[in-house]
Design a protein around this ligand. Structure first.
Ligand code: ADP
Ligand code: MG
Length: 265
């Protein structure tokens, strides 16, 4: 069975792309077959996977427009070892192109369907907005993984995101569940970080994943070499944290424990 996660938070800079790349590489390290889908026109997951976005002839844009098949667009990343559906700035045009399309929020789900059985895990890196691109990601997914930076406005954005998830559960994706809330760029010496973290746990309880991703410079450096941290410095605290996250995700997903379905609005 293929597990499909959308990595989402409409706030930018919270660690969605860092989580997508490093979780993908960590799942590969535990012998899972992984596809990473870059749904952000900025193409940061593409670049950070070592794929040169300017030279792409086809991208997720062509998939959404029905002009290419997923199997023709995917590229294998080396040495990370996952497959990638890459994106670049072409994808900004998809927002407009999709408007006139039938079932415009299901285009990604439909495009992925023929290759799903090739993978154990599919991770969808969403853009920092609640746009039609994000809706496509959330419609294709079974579950959402929400990276949160423990800072002052973190909770405010989460309420809006959860409202959107409830509306989706009511309409296009009734089985959508929350895989977990992931604390990123965590600095235990900072009292605000600790306060926001405990508020998250008060509010979201065991939906907050126990793995915490520390602030770690290796995680910020690795993308400029087109590598996940695991391939750049496998002993760094950042890469070890993402390996732990992969372990926690696998335990939650493969133990058969039910994840909480988003209550409809
Ligand atoms: P998003 O995709 O949500 O916009 P990114 O993953 O691109 O966020 O992260 C934003 C910035 O923060 C990037 O420059 C990234 O390298 C850096 N970053 C992300 N996570 C960490 C971390 N745990 N430690 C240090 N830097 C991080
Ligand atoms: Mg991003």
């Amino acid at each position: 069975m293929t597990r499909i996660y959308a990595i989402t938070n409409q706030k930018g800079g919270v660690g969605k792309t860092t989580t997508s790349i490093n979780l993908a590489a960590s799942l590969v390290a535990t012998k899972r077959r992984v596809l990473l889908v870059d749904m952000d026109p900025q193409g940061h997951a593409t670049l950070g996977s070592g794929v040169e976005k300017r030279t792409l002839t086809q991208s997720v844009f062509d998939l959404l427009m029905g002009e290419a098949k997923a199997e023709d667009i995917r590229v294998h990343t080396d040495p990370a070892g996952y497959d990638l559906l890459p994106s670049n700035l072409d994808l900004t045009a998809a927002e407009i192109g999709l408007l006139d399309m039938p079932q415009r929020e299901r285009r990604l789900a439909q495009g992925l369907a023929p290759i799903l059985s090739d993978y154990d895990y599919v991770l969808i890196d969403c853009p920092p907005s609640l746009s039609l691109l994000t809706l496509n990601g959330l419609t294709a997914a079974q579950s959402v993984l929400i990276p949160v930076q423990c800072e002052y406005y973190a909770l405010e954005g989460l309420t809006a995101l959860l409202d959107t998830l409830k509306r989706l559960a009511d309409s296009v994706n009734p089985h959508l569940s929350i895989a977990g809330i992931l604390r990123t760029m965590y600095d235990p010496r900072n009292s605000l970080t600790r306060d926001v973290s405990s508020q998250l746990i008060d509010y979201f309880d065991d939906r907050v994943l126990s793995t915490v991703i520390p602030r770690n410079v290796r995680l910020a450096e690795a993308p400029s070499y087109g590598l996940p941290a695991l391939c750049y410095d496998g002993r760094s605290r950042g890469s070890l944290a993402y390996l732990a996250l992969a372990g926690e995700m696998i335990r939650r997903a493969e133990s058969g424990a039910s994840t909480e379905v988003v209550e409809s609005a």
